[in-house]
Design a protein around this ligand. Structure first.
Ligand SMILES: [Fe+2]
Length: 817
């Protein structure tokens, strides 16, 4: 073992900041480089690099010595002990070390504390022995004796006798040692299957997993390193008001749901099954602001009067008057959350122009664009081939009556001539039957019209369809099918696969920040009264509805080819690329998606086949089997009895499972996430609420529709307040952070020591640029008209490499926003 003990904050000279410290890289001993990063609140990263500091050589220590602390004569050095574990013999070597504070020359900006994360250095060591008998270090322990946590990026040992460099990729906050019951350990970057672990490391490997699993009790604090499961029992706030009570999701057949990470907070007073929420001040309670916002818009009571009115949001902005509202906002909301409302602190609400109206302000209203967005918009994963006519419902007719579609052949027959796949033929809207569900629904069918009041009715029908699609998109395509279903994989991987396990190394980049963003979502988005309920039409029933859809979630069908076949959008065809023939060839999401899917699959195949030479090796891998079992029984425990789960007995099953996990976390999420602002940042194109029934001939509304169709349209869809909240939110959610890693990238070239996987990863890393070339070429070819459409927004949502901000392209490795 190598242990590194930092004893006294005085030895750590750095830039102090009240919140966080950041160590980018520590290289020991020669040419030691310390790098720090400072991150501005807007995500920009500033780098600082320091001088080299010191050297080390091993010191002879008798065999069998335990970890030791050696005090240097150098007065600046308190106590630092460094020991090496001989992987072969278990011998432990301790090094004498010293460290020299660095001259960091903090910049003026740093001193002003404008940065969220600031540089903090960690000192290195000097030893004075030339012993060459020690073995190769396999892990080190670090004890942080500061009062504050630090972020340890990596550790590199250079000139290890008979070995050369050894890399430890850490990427972890290290809290003060007093916070931990067991030592913080970091392993070298060599992967081992459990049975191949060197004897001297085995105990540490197993103990670390035990630590990470925790004991299932108590409230987990920020520094606790425990991955455990819990139901979604933290969405409601019944202590606040009955209105904010929400059912527990997960653990029942009525509300099945994937598990979330356990936090262990106290139950609420009102309901022992509901977990209490993080105190108000630490999160945004948008409800507090609602009355204020409402009063603000009393002059034009909560409505946009015209499309020109809507466009002001992007051109010039809307200024909140100075006064109590603005003061309340700026005083009471943390800066990060204030950003959510896109305010500059002076009360100006101004948003970037969404791509869908950048080139043409009205093309979004065409039928062609409406249809195209089902193939290349923000929710291109719902469209399916009609396989029976009229379409039948799967709802139980005993409970829900006759739900069969009322669309007739006559209604669409005359539109089939000259049919193009991207134009809608009919929209059927249904309302609950006034006499009860058992009587079925009241349905009405609308067909395209572009003139007069019929044209206005058709525009409204498309808006109602878009409102439904918006909710399906946010709740199902986005939240449930990416964010939620991945979290159990994150938890199971951390609990059951050691960081030494090759599959842990394979999947780790695809789990980055997922639990964080999901925790934030439970705090302010999907909670009772949260932003999602405010902005999508199912309101307080939103999450309950997503549990109904989870009942039909099938893991193997999340594979893109299987999914396309299931929806009738493709058929198997061995003569086509990817052995799949798309029934709509100009289906941008599927075309680009299949390229990415294939790249991921080749990579997973190369990687898994290196470590597993046979199916037998898969079956005999104790950690892998425990991982898969727990994933099914606990993480997706409400689906544990499903027969479709892969049995994880063959290499192919492992490859397929890893491909699906990586696909969901990267490309599937990117396709449904980063188009939010480009398409839905302009609410008329993707409205989230409908507030009025369709005007019927003879009514006042119908007469108004004749006179002022735009006003009726805007009075029907999402009102002003929800528009502000909605576009503020999706503007944030559509951004890439500056430190995002895209598909084919990893944060350290030292992530593994094994050469063949490194070469395979290099091949995988070259695929994105090939895919990008193909996308650019197709986007520029008018033959593929669905790739840009009337709004002239080229399809780049699956363009692998992105850039910071609202790029509208880029496939990050993980679900992190
Ligand atoms: Fe997302």
């Amino acid at each position: 073992m190598v242990s590194l003990v930092i004893k006294d904050p005085k030895d750590i000279k750095g830039l102090h900041h009240k919140r966080k410290k950041f160590v980018k890289k520590v290289t020991i001993p020669d040419d030691t480089t310390l790098q720090g990063e400072t991150r501005e609140l807007n995500g920009a990263v500033k780098r600082i690099e320091t001088d080299k500091i010191s050297t080390w050589t091993p010191l002879n220590i008798p065999q069998g010595a335990q970890r030791k602390t050696i005090i240097s004569e150098d007065s600046r050095v308190e106590e630092i002990g460094l020991g090496l574990q001989n992987r072969n013999s278990g011998q432990e070597i301790v090094y004498k070390t010293s460290h020299k504070p660095l001259d960091l020359n903090p910049t003026e900006e740093d001193e002003r504390g404008e940065y969220d994360e600031v540089f903090y250095d960690m000192d290195s060591m000097e030893t004075d022995s030339d012993d060459e008998e020690f073995g190769v270090p396999g892990a080190f322990i670090i004890k942080n004796s500061h009062f504050n946590e630090l972020f340890l990026k990596s550790l590199t040992l250079e000139d290890v006798p008979n070995h050369g460099k050894i890399h430890f990729v850490c990427n972890s906050w290290v809290y003060p040692a007093s916070k931990y019951k067991s030592d913080r350990i970091f392993f070298a970057n060599q992967a081992y299957l459990p049975s191949e672990t060197p004897e001297s490391l085995r105990k540490y490997r197993e103990n670390e997993l035990v630590t990470l699993r925790g004991d299932g009790t108590g409230k987990l604090e920020e520094w606790d390193r425990v991955y455990d499961y819990a139901y979604y029992n933290d969405l409601g706030d019944p202590d606040k008001d009955e209105e904010f009570a929400r059912p527990v999701l997960g653990g029942t057949s009525e509300y099945p749901y994937p598990r979330r990470g356990r936090t262990g907070r106290e139950p609420t007073k009102t309901d022992p099954n509901t977990e209490s929420r993080i105190p108000l001040l630490m999160s945004l309670d948008i409800y507090l602001l609602l009355p204020e916002f409402k009063s603000l818009f009393d002059s034009t009571p909560n409505e946009f009067d015209s499309f020109a009115d809507v466009l002001k949001l992007y051109e010039g902005g809307i200024k909140l008057p100075k006064g109590p509202l603005l003061k309340a906002i700026t005083d009471s909301i943390p800066l990060e959350i204030l950003k959510l409302l896109n305010s500059d602190g002076e009360g100006l609400l101004k948003y970037p122009t969404p791509q869908v109206i950048q080139e043409d302000k009205t093309a979004w209203r065409t039928d062609e664009e409406f249809g195209r967005e089902m193939l290349a918009g923000v929710n291109p994963v719902i469209i399916g081939r009609l396989q029976e006519f009229p379409p039948k419902s799967k709802l139980d007719p005993k409970i829900y009556g006759n739900q069969t579609s009322t669309i007739t052949r006559e209604q669409i027959e005359d539109k089939l001539d000259g049919l193009t796949v991207d134009e809608p033929l009919a929209i059927e809207l249904s309302l609950p039957h006034p006499d009860g569900d058992q009587f079925g629904v009241v349905s009405k069918v609308y067909t395209p019209a572009d003139q007069g009041v019929e044209g206005s009715i058709w525009q409204l029908a498309k808006a109602y369809a878009a409102v439904n699609d918006s909710a399906v998109h946010q709740l199902i395509s986005h939240w449930l099918n990416t964010h939620t279903v991945i979290e159990p994989f994150v938890i199971a991987t951390n609990r059951q696969l050691s960081v030494l396990h090759p599959i842990h190394k394979l999947l780790l980049p695809h789990f980055r920040d997922t639990m964080n963003i999901n925790a934030l979502a439970r705090q302010i988005l999907i909670n009772g009264g949260g932003l999602l309920e405010l902005t999508v039409f199912p309101a307080k029933y939103s999450m309950e509805m997503s549990t109904v859809i989870y009942k039909d979630w099938i893991f193997p069908e999340q594979a893109l080819p299987a999914y396309l076949i299931k929806r009738g959008m493709a058929v198997e065809d061995s003569s086509s690329p990817h052995s799949l023939r798309l029934l709509i060839q100009d289906y941008p999401y599927a075309v680009d998606g299949l390229e990415i899917w294939s790249a991921i699959k080749s990579w997973a195949t190369d990687y898994c086949n290196f470590y597993y030479k046979s199916d037998d090796a898969v079956q005999k891998d104790s950690e892998l089997q425990a991982w898969w079992k727990e994933l099914r029984k606990e993480g997706h425990g409400d689906k544990k009895n499903e027969s479709w789960w892969p049995k994880m007995q063959t290499r192919q099953e492992l490859i397929d499972a890893c491909t699906i996990i990586i696909w969901i976390a990267s490309a599937l999420h990117a396709a449904v996430n980063f188009g939010q602002y480009p398409y839905a940042g302009y609410l008329p194109n993707r409205p989230t609420l409908s507030r009025n029934f369709m005007p019927e001939p003879g009514s006042d509304e119908y007469e108004e529709l004749k006179k002022n169709p735009d006003k009726v349209f805007l009075k029907t869809i999402t009102p002003q307040l929800q528009t502000f909240i909605g576009i503020s939110l999706i503007e944030l959610l559509s951004r890439h952070a500056s430190d995002t890693l895209y598909l084919g990238q990893r944060d350290s070239p030292e992530w593994t020591k094994d050469q063949e996987p490194l070469s395979a990863f290099e091949r995988f890393g070259k695929k994105p640029s090939d895919i990008e070339n193909q996308i650019m070429q197709m986007n520029g070819d008018e033959k593929w008209k669905n790739r840009s459409g009337p709004v002239k927004v080229p399809y780049t949502l699956l363009f692998p490499t992105g850039e910071e901000g609202l790029a509208g392209k880029g496939v990050p490795n993980s679900v992190s926003i």
